[in-house]
Design a protein around this ligand. Structure first.
Ligand SMILES: *Cc1c(COP(=O)(O)O)cnc(C)c1O
Length: 377
């Protein structure tokens, strides 16, 4: 059996299913020439506030800017410490050092890939001001414990929700909240391959705090509320109206998209969990996993061989992430050489299989059979 043209992410098929709606939304923005701050941007803000049950949504240029703007809103001083996960995309920590703040990297849990909470506690110093948990691959960190630590130590939490939009966390009293709406600020990305992707760059910031919301609305717009009156130093980071118009269409499909990803993940797990040398993803009991990535751990140093085997069958795969942040050259000045052993092991073990909204059973079966075949040798 063979299946042709398997992709990590299939954005074209996804687009074709809603092409008339998307094309009409784009045509409307063009005919109105409302390219900057057009009505679709406000519409997206309101739709997302309702969908994610959060008081303020601030659309912005991309997920990296969202993180930077969140940090800029917190009145931090040079050298203040920000505790974050070492096992994430560089954007999470890049903005910390750009603002002359100090990233403090901690390890993750080997099963959920969430930030290690004991290590967060151990790294808190008088200079610590913020914790940035990353909801990696589509599943929230333990926000209940993190919120308690933040409260006890008077720290802010910025949730990096670039990979976990629409994932929910359930507190022990039964309350459910969406990822990104639990800490002081949440940030997300609409990069095309993210779970809610636009057709270029895009991002958003979530908060329930009125004061922070007002400040961040100013920051994204050159630090001004009234045109040409600049109260603080800001940036230019707006979401294009075209992107907002596309997202307004796609937001209505987000639940369906998540369900498709979960179905694909379920298929993978059912068919791969019995392989001894593989660990399939753990879904923790406190929430929903929206499977931005479906990431296996491959034991006994066989990961790279598996990757090659799949490649030879026309099956793409990716390593997220091959180098943890504490080992990146760019952060050499920020890390003291301490090993973060779990992340260093995961770098060698993880492999992400194709995961998107359009995977059919035939393709999933083909991928699983080829993984099985590799380990049967
Ligand atoms: C994608 C991503 C970002 C950055 O988003 P951009 O929109 O590409 O700037 C930040 N953090 C994580 C964890 C991401 O996956």
């Amino acid at each position: 059996m063979s299946v042709s043209n398997i992709q990590m992410v299939d954005l074209n098929s996804q687009y074709l299913k809603i092409k008339p709606q998307i094309d009409a939304a784009i045509a409307k923005v063009i005919s109105e020439t409302s390219f900057i701050n057009g009505p679709a941007v406000k519409e997206l803000q309101l739709k997302m506030q309702e969908k994610f049950k959060v008081k303020h949504v601030i659309p912005c240029g991309n997920g990296t800017d969202a993180l930077q703007i969140a940090l800029m809103a917190l009145d931090l001083k040079e050298g203040d410490e920000i505790i974050t996960s070492t096992f994430t995309f560089i954007a999470t920590a890049e903005v910390i050092s750009l603002l002359n703040l100090k990233p403090i990297f901690v390890d993750v849990y080997p099963d959920t890939f969430g930030i290690n909470i004991e290590q967060v506690k151990a790294k808190i110093s008088p200079k610590t001001k913020v914790i940035i948990p990353v909801h990696l691959y589509g599943q929230t960190c333990n926000m209940e414990e993190l919120c308690q630590i933040a409260k006890d130590n008077n720290l802010y939490i910025i949730e990096d929700t670039a990979q976990a939009i629409n994932s929910e966390f359930t507190f022990s009293n039964g309350d459910k909240k969406f990822a990104g709406t639990i800490g002081d600020i949440g940030t997300t990305s609409f990069f095309p391959s993210k779970n809610l992707g636009c057709f270029g760059d895009g991002g958003a910031i979530f908060t329930n705090n009125d004061t922070l919301a007002e400040k961040m609305r100013m920051i994204i717009n050159h630090g001004s509320k009234i045109k040409y009156h600049h109260e603080i130093v800001g940036v230019n980071s707006r979401l294009d109206t075209l992107q907002a118009a596309i997202l307004n269409v796609k937001l209505d499909y987000l639940d369906e998209y998540c369900a498709n990803r979960q179905k694909a993940a379920d298929y993978y797990t059912k068919n791969l969990q019995n392989i001894n040398e593989i660990i399939t993803p753990t879904i923790h009991s406190k929430g929903t996993h929206v499977f931005h990535q479906y990431t296996l751990r491959v034991l006994n140093n066989k990961r790279d061989e598996l990757k090659k085997h799949l490649e030879s069958k026309g099956i793409p795969s990716m390593i997220y992430y091959p180098i943890s942040l504490h080992q990146q050259k760019a952060f050499a000045n920020f890390h003291n050489g301490e090993s973060l052993v779990v992340a260093e092991q995961l770098e060698k073990e993880v492999i992400s299989l194709p995961m998107h909204t359009e995977l059919d059973v035939e393709t999933l079966q083909f991928i699983c059979e080829n993984v099985q075949e590799f380990f049967a040798k």
